[in-house]
Design a protein around this ligand. Sequence first.
Ligand SMILES: Cc1ncc(COP(=O)(O)O)c(C=O)c1O
Length: 383
Amino acid sequence: MTATATGAWLPVYAQFPLRVVSGAGSYLVDDRGERWLDAYGGHAVASTGHCHPDVVAAIREQAGKLIFYSTAIPHGGREELAELIAANCPDPLGKVFFCNSGAEANENALSLARKVTGRQRIVSVAGGWHGRTAATLAVTDGAKYEETARRSGISISTKVPFNDVQAIAAAIDETVAGVIVEPVQGLTGARDCSPEFLRAARLACDREGAVLIFDEIQCGVGRCGAFSAAEAFEVIPDILTFAKGLASGLPIGAMVATGAVTASLKIGDLGSTFGGGPVVSAAAIATIKVILKERLIDNAVMVGDHLRRAAAKLPGVADVQGRGLLIGLRLAKPAAEVQRALFESRILTGTSSEPTVLRLMPPLSFSRSEANTLIDALRRVLS
Ligand SMILES: Cc1ncc(COP(=O)(O)O)c(C=O)c1O
């Protein structure tokens, strides 16, 4: 699926061989005027669909007033957004720090865990993916990522096997600063943690005084059954991180933490020039309001269940994993082959680090009839 990149832009990404010019809802339009059904969601970013009118209007209105001023001056949008996020996260997660990406949010979370505990070691989970900065690569699973972190001199996390309750309980001791876990892993193809596994992590962190971090960059913001995966799984971390879908496509990262872990922070301890700027805050406020007003979390659950049930009956689907609208289909043949065949039908989907798992992460507004279009195409491709 790799388009040939030429010119000055570094070709470090595998790309869909497609040039898009516009989008609306679950559809993109290419440079020949053809419509494409987007079950990939711009990598789980298009939470409210492409170019939701409320989000577009909020961006336009704010850009006309003030595009940006740094955190050196208070701004109502930043404050309102923090309140809105806190109100939609379970107590006691009530303190919000804004930055610009998922990796940056995780970087700050890991750093805060180390600061409050005075310890170094991090425990993470096999298959976990947490970003491309040195500290986040050090907790991401995979030799090539760990190697990059090692080159930067960062110590590598202890990885525990996925969903192994005893292993996570045993790995967390008095030397551990923090534990970072995606409640639903994205890269491995929407593998959902068991609630027992997350509860075991919570208990062991409490026992040893370590900080529990949920990386909700892909699975949060309404994608998996509640605004936060923490609420969906009924396990409350000390810190959670959001990014991707939070501003419907404008770059944002948010670290949401308890008062207990942020109590010692002073002015200057964290920082970001762009974090929570006026335009991105307006986009994120509009995004959350659309998610609430249009009941997109309920929609993600309903359409996700429908997709899962229908997909499970298809020939060549061995297993269905994930929650809400973060879904992995374990297939009898390579996912890349199926992705290519769906592409021929003008449908975008994702692959994963598991060669036979196809990943679906459409907008939270994905309709039942759009889900049926996808299922019909999958049936043709898999038969
Ligand atoms: C679970 C998870 N964590 C962190 C990241 C990194 O986010 P970003 O690319 O915004 O830095 C990603 C990106 O795919 C992700 O899926």
